[in-house]
Design a protein around this ligand. Sequence first.
Ligand SMILES: Cc1cc2nc3c(=O)[nH]c(=O)nc-3n(C[C@H](O)[C@H](O)[C@H](O)COP(=O)(O)OP(=O)(O)OC[C@H]3O[C@@H](n4cnc5c(N)ncnc54)[C@H](O)[C@@H]3O)c2cc1C
Length: 269
Amino acid sequence: VTVLEASSQAGGQVRLATQNPRRKELIGIIDWRLAELDRLGVEIRYDTWAEKDDVLALSPDVVVVATGGLPQNPPLAAGDNLVTSSWDIMAGSVKPAEHVLLYDDNGGHQGMGAAELIANSGAKLELVSPERFFAPEMGGMNHVPYMRAFQEKGVTITINTRLLSVRREGNQLVAELGSDFADGWRGERRVDQVVVEHGTLPLDDLYLALKPLSRNGGAIDYERLVKGGDIFPARNPQGGFVLFRIGDAVASRNIHAAVYDGIRFGLRI
Ligand SMILES: Cc1cc2nc3c(=O)[nH]c(=O)nc-3n(C[C@H](O)[C@H](O)[C@H](O)COP(=O)(O)OP(=O)(O)OC[C@H]3O[C@@H](n4cnc5c(N)ncnc54)[C@H](O)[C@@H]3O)c2cc1C
């Protein structure tokens, strides 16, 4: 097995999650896997951005695309270029400003991690969610430490509210807010920074480039996945290898989905 990794370190988004000091133990998920790969003699080529020809040069029998995704903005009527991604806050590439509005319609740890970092930086933060409580994708146990940080740092929490657009006025940003419940309702916030979390868009270029060259057309037979048999349909007998994708390269999901995709499909090779 050869792993091609674009970054200089393994771990992808999990490494980003550990930028919240309170959650740094998540790195165990990566460290254990790296130790296992080392034990099993798997070669990892770091700083290697894999394109179609790099993969073909290895003459593989099986190609697993686990390229994850990149953050995307929520649908905005205007102001796409004015908002900051939660990833930039987590990575430390953009510092929190003084007055921040964070809009999270993804509902997981991504937005909450960024919110906690912003609150701990001393910024005045308003957390806005279209849901009836914030971060519904997170379990109740995880609600507690975030809520503690938010209350201790005086974070304002606004639910049932959507971010519609962002515009610049002077040296500030104006966030226009709307409601799913009352059509004409509008609100406005004047802040220094608008941070958004809307999940990821699959980074699927490599998968799509390899798909026509693969034996199974990049497909999984889900009936057979459940009932038994070869889960890789013979769509293109001339194809040189079996291809499948896992994790956020399929859709914006979570660690569990990425791990389970890998196990379920990997066991059937
Ligand atoms: C801040 C934050 C907190 C999170 N917290 C949680 C949590 O608590 N629980 C949870 O379940 N989920 C959490 N998630 C989501 C979870 O981390 C992702 O769903 C998961 O990491 C997806 O795994 P993946 O392997 O599919 O993709 P990624 O983690 O995105 O990894 C993709 C990897 O592929 C590499 N790559 C991409 N393109 C190429 C290429 N062409 N060539 C070579 N390498 C390439 C990248 O460098 C990266 O290492 C969090 C995400 C973030 C951002």
